[in-house]
Ligand binder design. Sequence first.
Ligand SMILES: [Zn+2]
Length: 136
Amino acid sequence: MTRPVPLPSSLSRPFWEAARRGELVLPRCSACGLRFFTPEPACPHCWSGTWTYERSAGRGTVYSVTAVHRAPGPGFEAPYALAVIELDEGVTMLSHVVGLPADEVTIGMRVAVHFQPLTDDITLPCFSPDRAEASA
Ligand SMILES: [Zn+2]
C-alpha cells in the first residue's frame, strides 16, 4: 500500500506542476508584492485577489523540527524529520528534511529544496542539507 498523495486543487495545481519540473514556486501578490504560502484565493497581507506564482530559490533554514518515529499510515518510512522551513523569501513551509538521520536535523540548519517523485503526477518538494552553502 502506498502513502496518500496530495490532490491538486485549481489553486495549487501550478505548484505541483512546477514541482514535477523540479522547480519550487510561491504565490506573490501583484498588489503588495509580498510572497505567501500556502496558495489562497486572496493575499493574506492585503486581501488582493491578484497574484501569480514566482520561482523560489529553494533555500532556507530549519525553523522547527520533530523526528516522527511512528508512521502516520501505510507507505511512510519512519523515522523521518518533519520540519517547518523558513525560506529565504520569508515564507514558511511544512516539509520533510531528508539525506541525514531524522534526529540529526537541527533548528537553524541551512537546507535546500530537493524533489522526491511520489507518483507520475505528484513530486514532493522536500529539503536536504544545503551542501553548496556548507562547502562555500
Ligand atoms: Zn498583497
